[in-house]
Ligand binder design. Sequence first.
Ligand code: AMP
Length: 364
Amino acid sequence: MKIGIIGAGQLGRMLALAGYPLGLRFVFLDKTPEAPGGQVGQIIEGEFDDPAALARLAELTDVVTFDVENVPEAAVREIAEKVQFLPPVGALATAQDRLSEKRTFSALHIPTPRFLPVATREALELAVTQLGFPSVLKTRRMGYDGRGQRFLKGPEDVDDSWEALGRMPMILEAFVEFDTELSIIGVRRPSGDIRFYPLAENIHEEGILSYTRAPYVDGPLQDTAERYSRRLMEHLDYAGVLTIEFFVEGDQLLANEIAPRVHNSGHWTIEGAVTSQFENHIRAILDLPLGETRCNGHSAMVNLLGEMPELTDVLSLAGAHVHDYGKEPRPNRKLGHCTLVAPDSDERDRALSRLLELAGRSLR
Ligand code: AMP
């Protein structure tokens, strides 16, 4: 069997690494032959909406999936007629647009921060009078890792932010004074079988995930997150891995966004869970039995951003596993990650603190 992946970033690379032991082979579509997936599979070079490149990907493979969300919907609708395409195009389309994402949360009674669609400068004026300051202005499309969003502290930020974000359709969100941020990773087979990983706690810096710890042990929040995720996956007739990111406010979960794919906050599952999110995504899109999602201990995952720390230093930490994506260094670029697995959370946190120091950051 051959799996096609639109996008050959680190997520695609890790999907392929998880699929090789199952006897699967991988073909990627990406703009650049140097993308990380190229180290472990063939890359067809092309834009994500290049009809000839997409047709070739469909020809060469049995199932097509994606490791990026910003794939034009019309292009994938076409490919989905030629080859099995999962997760479903409808789920991708919902996640690509912050407004349809939020409307889906609301329709499914999944709490989300208060928001208003903002199509024009005048609409923004009105929206800030309703939601007040601070608030967060986000482009509807193409936002990731803190890009495409601005925090509005007061009226003086409105003009600048509207201009800086490109005067395009946006949403304005109420600022949430969250206690922490959590994510739930669920996986569903086309036949309906569903599994969930334990909640993970995520610390962002400048909109980019800095580190994740799992499991985040809270029975009631785990149940609530699973209920929301199940509702969403059933609504979307989903197949594959789906992530929901939440803000925690007291005992409430507010859904921030969904990712219809494997997620950075699930990288710890490679060594920290019985079956990784990557393998489970592949099992799901092939409608194979899903793997156990239990933890092997207490894990932390630190993103290695901008430059890689000394390998010897990192590997001298007990329970450390390094993943180097083979990317050119650039400020704040995700070049790799390191997962620590420890028998208890205290030991994990001590090692995490040292690892963060090596990465030039600190525990928060
Ligand atoms: P996003 O691109 O929506 O995932 O946002 C990236 C990060 O910005 C989130 O993980 C939060 O840390 C922060 N953020 C986004 N929206 C809000 C909000 N409405 N209130 C407070 N913080 C937010």
